[in-house]
Each structure stands twice: as structure tokens, then as C-alpha cells.
Design a protein around this ligand. Sequence first.
Ligand code: HEC
Length: 252
Amino acid sequence: MEIQRFTLSNAALPLKTLFSGYLLVVGLGLLFAGGQIMLTHGMADGKLGLSVDDIVYSYYGNREEGSKLVSKLNGSMKDNAPPDVRMAMIKWAETGASEELWDSRVSMDVDQYCQPCHANISGLPDLSNKDTMKKLLAVDEGQPMATLTRVSHIHLFGISFIFFFVGWIFTYSTGIAPMHKAILISVPFGFLIVDVLAWWLTKLHPGFAWFVIIGGFGYSLAAAIMIFTSLYQMWILPLRKNHPVYPPADAT
Ligand code: HEC
């Protein structure tokens, strides 16, 4: 076996301090990242804790129910207009909400059937207001492309730096076969790509949401193993008697 001359357990104290400071801060950062995901994405389906539904709501959106207007017309507003008026309104909303049809028919229906409440009860949206209506017509399609592009490149650049240094420090660990080390070092990079690709694929199809969770969990686990192994070998291993010394004393 190739002799490893520089090891974590017999590195000089200042270097151990540098490595450990970095690993501890990065480890804390990973914990906060996990917490933040729980509080933002985790709450997307209204329930605490991360689930596949959360990922789907965040990236794919909630498209089945259509716009707020249509889902309300099929839900709690169902009895507030005769069926033909309601159907005409839904059709208008789902076929692009044209201005002409709004002017020639829908605005009149809204004034007659909806505004008695909506214009007078405070807190209810004024449906004759075009901007308000536009918001109610929007279908929830999850993260906009622009956000996804921005977050993707920040994520790829930023996190690869973390994995680069964590992996580099870990290369100086001992007692692990080079092939196993290489695999462990490559795993976070692979899962990082899976994670970011899965955001985009989930935007196209909700079935890919699983890969977001697998990717995020995979690289967190691999990073945690490398961080704990490195810290252990720097601070605990040298305290133990009979720990193997690299390079062996008689190898010189
Ligand atoms: C009897 C009074 C009443 C009438 C008539 C009425 N609404 Fe409402 N509307 C409400 C109340 C109260 C709420 C809030 C509770 C809820 O969301 O169910 C509401 C909420 C809504 C919302 C959700 C607003 C939001 O931002 O969450 C939409 C959209 C809506 N109504 C559309 C309509 C349409 C379209 C009509 C006409 C066909 C209509 N409503 C007629 C009382 C009324």
C-alpha cells in the first residue's frame, strides 16, 4: 500500500485548528440549511415537515385546481351565481380571460352577482378591479424560471466550494481504502447535480420530486460522514493508544 505521509491525526496543531474551525462552521451551516428548508419548503403544503407534496407545491405548483377564481367558483362561491353565469365565468377564465369578453359580459355578471358582497364587505377582493382580478386568475405554477435559474447557479457554485474543502480535508484521513474515499468524495458532487436537475424536472413533472429529497439527503449524509471522520481523526484518534502511526516509523 502506498504510504500516506500527511495524515489528519498527526497534522500540526495550527492546521488541525484551521481544518476543525472550517468543518464545524460548515457543519453548523448544513444544520441551518436543513432548518430553513423545513420552515420554507416544509410548510408549502400547510403541514410541518418536509414531504413530497411540499416539493411538488414549491416547484411544480398547484395546477390541478387552476386559478384561485376557478377553484372558488367550484368551491365556496358555487352558490353565489346561477350555473350558466358561473360556467361562463369559468370558461372565460380558462380560455385566456380576454378583455372583450370581460367588457361585453363578464364584468356585468360580476357586478350583478359578485359585487354585492365583494364591493361591500371589507377584506374581500374587489372583483371589478382589473389588477385584483389578474392575481385571482393566475395559476400557481410553482417557482418562476427566473428564480430557479438564480437559485440553481448560486447553489451549484456555492455548495461545490463547501464539498471541495470538506473533501480535500477528508483525503488526509487514514484507514480508509482509496477507492472508498474516492466514492465518498464524489457522492456529494453527484447528488448536488441530481438535486438541482430535479428542481427543474419537478417543475415539468411532479414525479421527479423524490429526486430532490434523495439528492439533498444524499449529499448531507456524505458530508456529515466526512466531517465527523475528519474531526475524529484529528482530535480523538491521537489520544488513543496503539493508533496506527502514518507513515510507519520503520518506513524511513
Ligand atoms: C354572499 C356574499 C358573496 C357573494 C355573492 C360572492 N362572494 Fe366571493 N367571497 C365571499 C366571502 C365571504 C369570501 C371569503 C371566504 C372564502 O374565501 O370562501 C369570498 C371569497 C372569494 C374569493 C377568494 C378571494 C381570496 O383572495 O381568497 C373569490 C375568488 C371569490 N370570492 C369570487 C367570487 C365570485 C366570482 C363571485 C360571483 C360569482 C362571488 N365571489 C360572489 C362572499 C361572496
